[in-house]
Write a protein that binds this ligand. Structure first.
Ligand code: ZN
Length: 128
C-alpha cells in the first residue's frame, strides 16, 4: 500500500522509511516473542556474514531474498529490524492535515480522532 486516505481526505504516503508521521506499534502481548524472533534472525544474519554462507531458514524471513543469495555479506541488521517489525507490530500514521491517528488493522486502517483541535500534532515525529 503506497497511500492511505484519511477521513478528512488527505492522502498519506507510506512508501518510504523514516516518515515523520509514521510509527510501529508493538502490542505488549507480542513484545517478548517478537523481540526473541528478531534476535534469532539477527544471530542468523551475523552468522551468515561471519561464515559467508547463508544460515538455513534465513530465507523465510525476507520477501526479496535473491540479492542476499548472491552476496550474503549484504545482509544487515537494520534490514532485519525493518522487515521483522512488520511481523511483530502494526503500522500507525498521524494525518498531517487533521491529526487523526490511522492504525493498521489487517488490510485496512482504524482511524482515531483527537479530542480537540487544540491538541498539538506531531506525536509520531522523533524529538529533535
Ligand atoms: Zn486527516
Amino acid at each position: 500500500m503506497e497511500e492511505i486516505k484519511c477521513t478528512c481526505g488527505h492522502l498519506l504516503s507510506n512508501n518510504s522509511d523514516q516518515l515523520p508521521y509514521g510509527a510501529w506499534v508493538i502490542p505488549d502481548q507480542q513484545t517478548e516473542a517478537g523481540f526473541e524472533t528478531i534476535i534469532k534472525v539477527i544471530d542468523e544474519v551475523l552468522e551468515s556474514k561471519r561464515t559467508g554462507e547463508l544460515v538455513e531458514g534465513l530465507q523465510g524471513h525476507f520477501q526479496d531474498f535473491s540479492s542476499f543469495e548472491a552476496n550474503p555479506e549484504s545482509l544487515n541488521v537494520i534490514q532485519v529490524l525493518i522487515t521483522k517489525s512488520a511481523d511483530v507490530g502494526r503500522e500507525m500514521y498521524e494525518c498531517e492535515a487533521c491529526g487523526r491517528l490511522l492504525v493498521e488493522n489487517g488490510d485496512d486502517f482504524l482511524i482515531y480522532q483527537r479530542e480537540s483541535a487544540d491538541q498539538e500534532k506531531g506525536i509520531l515525529t522523533a524529538p529533535s
